[in-house]
Design a protein around this ligand. Structure first.
Ligand SMILES: Cc1cc2nc3c(=O)[nH]c(=O)nc-3n(C[C@H](O)[C@H](O)[C@H](O)COP(=O)(O)OP(=O)(O)OC[C@H]3O[C@@H](n4cnc5c(N)ncnc54)[C@H](O)[C@@H]3O)c2cc1C
Length: 520
């Protein structure tokens, strides 16, 4: 591509990522009078928001903001950024009201709101949610570009000036923007067993690291304890069980009872997700584990999730079927302040790509709340910034060698599979120093292989595989540094929580000389 004239777009606010966080940011910035460009590397209904179960934890009269604040801090084992949690507690209710005005069918059920499928279309709640908010994007005349992957954030004298991206149809495109909002989601896709969208592989983390930003809490990866693990079935998450459902081993023993989790299964998963995951991971390492729904009466099979299971395989009514934990959510990510400002002027971040809100673990239903609240704040802040500054220069040379968008070549597919393999093997739910050390040396070997690849393989997808490897390395580096267990993080060689030494976050930034992390 050397010497080729690139297509260039100018906008006030560029939003990278069109999940709930990105869309909320785009709508707010447009409402404040800005020209907004919204990009997604897949379709606008790609990403994790479209897969969500649609539960939102929100304070109310019966669940006061202080109680909500304490619950979130307790689940995060007190290493959350309390200032962010305070903002969340204050703004969650008004954000839910705004979503309802936008036409999102949200109804309160106890401490949570749920997206309800009023038309009984059978769509999963995340799709119902995305359909409602995407309609507003069209009304707001936001330029929305799907299949457009941002590969580099551009800076001018220390502040953001835009981004370089690769479009599936047009190749490389430069976007000049006065403000940029990073809303690229988490990185579940870098593991072998996960329930995320397959292209959610941590782009925002490496985009941020590449321009000198620090990430926090990357060792905290949340698993969902019960996902389908039958051969040839996707690892879909299973929740909202009737009382008759049990988790059993091959001998038929109830595993939650065996380990003293004498609660209703739903409560155990929502309130004791860390413990449930550890118990089921340890049991799954000994042999297959199963969900037994055979005692559920016929009439309850019409309700989610059993209706979905029966659709996949009617046999699931008559026999226990295999389940296993799978990676679900990333607690760590980019550091922001209460206005979602990162350490780089003009660059804001919101949604799963951000660290600090959830600390060491997240309460069920609190991701969508955080994405929508901080998405709105990011839109407000980005608009304010864009209206106050002049345009910066675009320095766009570095990204040219990754300008091709060709679905993954065999070599790149294999590299990506290796990244998933080693992340799952060395940064799984239970970690120790020896295996983390081994994982990190395998990563250096892979970095060596990647550096040798010739121009034939260079593409946006190769860039993504390299980025995923860096995210995997960040998880392992932070995991090795934290010599304790806390929240979703378990070190078998340091099984106790150690508040004297570790009631704090681990921050990672990238040393550009060595491509290794500096820990603080
Ligand atoms: C199966 C499942 C069920 C869940 N259920 C719930 C629930 O009930 N309640 C709850 O609170 N949470 C739930 N979660 C978590 C929650 O859905 C996610 O944390 C949340 O939707 C993340 O939103 P986001 O906007 O940050 O990112 P996403 O929705 O993941 O969107 C990321 C966007 O970034 C884009 N992108 C990524 N990289 C690039 C790039 N380089 N260039 C351009 N675009 C890029 C993607 O294409 C996508 O548009 C669930 C998660 C899963 C996987």
């Amino acid at each position: 591509m050397e010497g080729q004239e690139l297509r260039q777009i100018e906008t006030d606010v560029l939003v990278v990522g069109s999940g709930v966080a990105g869309i909320m940011a785009a709508l707010k910035a447009a409402e404040r009078g800005c020209r907004v460009t919204l990009t997604s590397k897949v379709s606008h209904r790609g990403g994790n928001s479209a897969l969500a179960g649609g539960a939102w934890l929100v304070p109310s009269d019966d669940f006061p903001p202080d109680e909500y604040f304490n619950l979130v801090m307790e689940a995060g084992k007190r290493i959350n950024d309390a200032k962010l949690v305070r903002v969340l507690a204050q703004r969650a209710e008004s954000t839910i009201r705004a979503l309802r005005r936008m036409g999102v069918p949200l109804e309160r059920m106890g401490r949570r709101y749920s997206v309800v499928d009023r038309t009984r279309s059978g769509k999963i709640p995340g799709i119902v949610l995305m359909n409602a908010i995407l309609e507003k994007i069209e009304d707001a005349r936001i330029t929305a570009i799907p299949w457009f992957s941002i590969v580099e954030l551009l800076l001018d004298e220390g502040r953001v000036s835009g981004a370089m991206g690769v479009s599936r149809t047009e190749g490389p495109v430069t976007i000049g923007a006065k403000s940029v909002v990073l809303a690229t989601g988490g990185a579940g896709g870098i593991y072998k067993r996960h329930d995320n969208h397959r292209r959610i592989v941590g782009d925002g983390y490496w985009l941020a690291l590449a321009i000198g930003l620090a990430l926090r809490d990357m060792e905290f990866v949340q698993y969902y304890p019960i996902t389908l693990a039958e051969p040839h079935e996707p690892p879909i998450i299973l929740y909202d069980f009737p009382v008759e459902v049990r988790v059993i081993d091959a001998k038929g023993e109830d595993l939650f009872k065996k380990h003293g989790l004498q609660f209703d299964l739903n409560e155990a998963i929502e309130e004791y997700r860390d413990r449930s995951t550890l118990i089921l991971s340890q049991e799954a390492a000994q042999g297959e584990i199963y969900l037994d729904c055979t005692r559920v009466p016929r009439e309850k099979w019409a309700i989610h999730p059993l209706n979905r299971l029966e659709e996949r395989n009617p046999e699931f009514r008559n026999r226990p079927f295999s389940i296993a934990p799978a990676v679900h959510f990333f607690m760590g990510g980019v550091e922001i302040d209460e206005d979602t400002q990162t350490a780089i002027p003009g660059l804001f971040a919101a949604g799963e790509v951000v660290g600090g809100v959830h600390g060491a673990n997240r309460v069920g239903g609190n991701a969508l709340t955080a994405c929508s609240v901080f998405g709105q704040i990011a839109g407000e802040s980005a608009a304010r910034h864009a209206q106050a500054v002049s345009r910066g220069k675009l320095n766009r040379n570095r990204a040219l060698d990754m300008s091709r968008w060709n679905e993954r070549t065999t070599v790149v597919k294999e590299l990506f599979r290796q990244v998933q393999d080693l992340t799952s093997t060395y940064a799984g739910p239970i970690r120790n120093a020896e295996s983390l050390g081994e994982g990190l040396s395998r990563i250096s070997e892979m970095e060596g292989q990647l550096a040798k690849l010739g121009p034939k393989e260079r593409s946006m997808e190769l860039n993504e595989a390299k980025g995923s490897l860096l995210v995997s390395k960040a998880i392992m580096r932070a995991s090795l540094a934290r010599e304790e267990s806390r929240g979703a993080f378990c070190r078998e060689d340091f099984p106790q929580r150690d508040d004297d030494n570790w009631l704090r976050s681990i921050r990672l930034s990238l040393d550009p000389e060595t491509n290794d992390f500096i820990i603080s």
